[in-house]
Design a protein around this ligand. Structure first.
Ligand SMILES: Nc1nc2c(ncn2[C@@H]2O[C@H](COP(=O)(O)OP(=O)(O)OP(=O)(O)O)[C@@H](O)[C@H]2O)c(=O)[nH]1
Ligand SMILES: [Mg+2]
Length: 222
């Protein structure tokens, strides 16, 4: 099975300098989906043997959809560029798919621990929000998931395309999870640790995206 590693990045040069040499060996094909970075992220990725695909400026969800459309591998691995995810966990994400036991494997921060979910009031809000969303999904689909929001996952390319993803922002994570369950594909979780973003600042603003999270969640559950 050919693995396509897909990393969405917007102005992540300092992180990519450290991440790309460690991550490159886990993809037969390596794609950086660039969010029109002005810091040379795209040039750096090319220098590390990554193919660069430009998104259309609508957000991380749209960036992942561009990655799915461009990828030629049999299995797609998504990971963030900010060094929150450890590339050495990729084999753990791939194993259930290689064993023929899963179509989609999500990394769980609740099982593997997170350095970004428990420290500040803002993180507490995100943890509660995320827990509530996961609970709704579990009740609706009879699942026992622990994390519906992590950006670290592996999925069979055929399945990713069949999901017909629509979300433009980070709500694409819960969209992928729910549509996988809805269509009856096999979804499993493995523990993966989430580290603090190493360089730069988070662009995630809970207040700005909360309405979209609630709207997508309800729409997906109905
Ligand atoms: N191509 C592209 N990548 C993006 C875009 N927005 C975010 N990213 C990347 O997606 C990954 C996750 O970003 P976000 O979910 O916004 O999270 P963050 O800024 O790290 O903040 P936290 O959620 O607090 O970790 C990072 O690698 C970002 O560089 C975008 O519009 N286009
Ligand atoms: Mg992050």
């Amino acid at each position: 099975m050919r693995v396509s590693l897909i990393i969405p990045a917007r102005n992540e040069r300092a992180n990519l300098e450290e991440l790309l040499p460690r991550a490159a060996r886990y993809g037969d094909e390596k794609i950086l989906v660039d969010g029109h970075s002005s810091d040379g992220s795209a040039e750096l990725a090319r220098a590390h043997g990554f193919r660069v695909v430009e998104d259309h400026g609508r957000g991380k969800g749209e960036a992942l959809r561009c990655g799915i459309a461009a990828a030629q591998g049999d299995v797609l691995v998504f990971m963030d560029a900010d060094q929150s995810h450890d590339p050495d966990d990729i084999p753990k994400l791939l194993q259930p798919i290689l064993d023929g036991e899963a179509d989609h494997v999500g990394g769980s921060r609740m099982r593997g621990g997170s350095d970004e979910l428990h420290g500040t009031p803002g993180e507490l809000v995100r943890l509660w929000g995320s827990t509530l969303i996961t609970l709704g999904i579990n009740l609706r689909y009879g699942a026992l998931l622990t994390d519906s929001q992590n950006g670290f996952r592996a999925i069979r390319a055929e399945v990713a395309r069949a999901l017909d993803l629509k979300e433009d922002i980070t709500t694409i994570e819960q969209e992928m999870i729910v549509k996988t369950l809805k269509a009856g594909y096999r979804l499993v979780e493995v523990p993966t640790h989430e580290y603090r973003r190493k360089h730069g600042h988070s662009t995630f603003q809970v207040r700005k995206v909360a309405p979209r999270y609630v709207y997508t969640w309800l729409k997906l559950l109905i």
